[in-house]
Design a protein around this ligand. Structure first.
Ligand SMILES: [Zn+2]
Length: 362
């Protein structure tokens, strides 16, 4: 499981920042490693308290570096109009919870690459200070290495790591299908996990217990995360208590039933993705029109056909309330076999919820 639980430690630009307990364990290990081994080795002869205080400071900056990486994803996502609900910092880095997937491969590519690039930037910045004498130089040199590792680790082509997402955006661009690309990228993620297992076993056999065990944990994380991503692409592994209101799309145009397809296509459809619009008369829901339904009809007839003639009637739709949980919404999707649900409050249509409106991003 990708850790998404944690203590809220604050908020940044409207995004809730959470700390998963696993990161505290790592922060403690890092402090211990620095205070008891790395720092005394680099700069011998100082008091234990100095080593511990410096180690603690370094591990706080280390956590800050992970937050920095996630915020790079967040800022880029917000630039493309994707709201971000929260960032969870954990053992293997962080997760930014985006309210929906990017709509184009190029958006996904840019949102993803922003993270490793921001870590590389920190690596370069910190290395500029690593020539300082004494403890500061040693700490900056360590921080530089850690950020470089963070950038490179995240660029491994294992979905859902950043590298896997970069791979998916490229496959998506090449093949045109988001779902197929997700499946392919998460398969590659599982293969990368197996390579890690082999590597870990090799290290353990060579007596490198600690590193071997560490790699085994990473392999386990990669494998479960890739499998989860694979299932999520099929829309089955989501069980969140988040309300529909937080992930739904609010800025959805209501289509009048007598609108010709040509007008709908011209004004709203971009055919880059799976789109759906609620059809309403005086604010009352009467049905739903999807780009898939529109595409079933030849383009030449779009001027003659009105949306009400080919719409999916309201009686066949999963209709959700903004106060429903994501789990309830998914049940409604499954019952009707649909991937789109109008969100209705009272009697009024206030937005849309699509099956892929919740995703995790590392
Ligand atoms: Zn990242």
């Amino acid at each position: 499981m990708i850790p998404t639980q944690g203590w809220t430690i604050g908020s940044l630009g409207g995004v809730e920042i959470k700390l998963n307990p696993s990161l505290l364990l790592i922060a403690f290990l890092v402090t211990y490693l620095l205070a008891s081994a790395l720092l005394p080795l680099a700069v011998p002869g100082l008091g234990a308290l100095i080593y511990w205080a410096t180690g603690l400071l370094a591990s706080v900056i280390f956590i800050g570096s992970i937050l920095w990486h996630e915020m790079a994803h967040v800022i880029m996502a917000q630039r493309f109009g994707i709201p971000v609900m929260q960032v969870v910092l954990h053992l293997y880095g962080g997760v930014a919870l985006l309210s929906r997937e990017p709509e184009r491969p190029s958006h996904e590519f840019l949102i993803t690459i922003a993270g490793p690039l921001s870590s590389l930037f920190l690596a370069v910045l910190f290395s500029a200070f690593s020539n300082l004498t004494g403890l500061l130089g040693a700490v900056f040199s360590w921080l530089s290495q850690v950020n470089l590792t963070l950038a490179l680790f995240n660029l491994l082509p294992g979905f859902p790591l950043d590298g896997g997402r970069v791979l998916r955006s490229i496959l998506w661009q090449l093949g045109g299908s988001y779902k197929v690309a997700t499946r392919q990228a998460s398969r590659v993620g599982q293969v990368v996990a197996f390579i890690f297992v082999a590597f870990a076993l090799w290290m353990i056999l060579n007596g490198s217990w600690f590193n071997g065990f560490w790699f085994l944990m990473i392999a386990f994380f990669l494998y479960t995360a890739a499998s989860q991503a694979f299932q999520m692409a099929a829309g089955t592994a989501l069980s969140m208590t988040t309300t529909v209101r937080r992930v739904m799309r609010h800025d959805v145009p209501l289509i009048e039933p007598n609108t010709p397809l040509a007008l709908l296509a011209w004004r709203y459809l971009d055919h880059a993705r799976d789109q759906a619009f609620p059809i309403a008369h005086h604010g009352q829901l009467v049905g739903l029109i999807t780009s898939a339904e529109v595409d079933k009809h030849p383009r030449l007839e779009w001027g003659k056909i009105r949306v009400e003639q080919i719409m999916i009637p309201a009686s066949k739709l999963p209709i959700v309330s903004p106060d429903h949980s994501i789990e309830q919404a998914l049940n409604a999707f499954d019952k009707t076999g649909m991937n789109h649900a109008p969100v209705v409050e009272g009697e009024v249509v206030i937005g849309m919820l699509n099956r892929r409106d919740i995703v995790y991003r590392t």
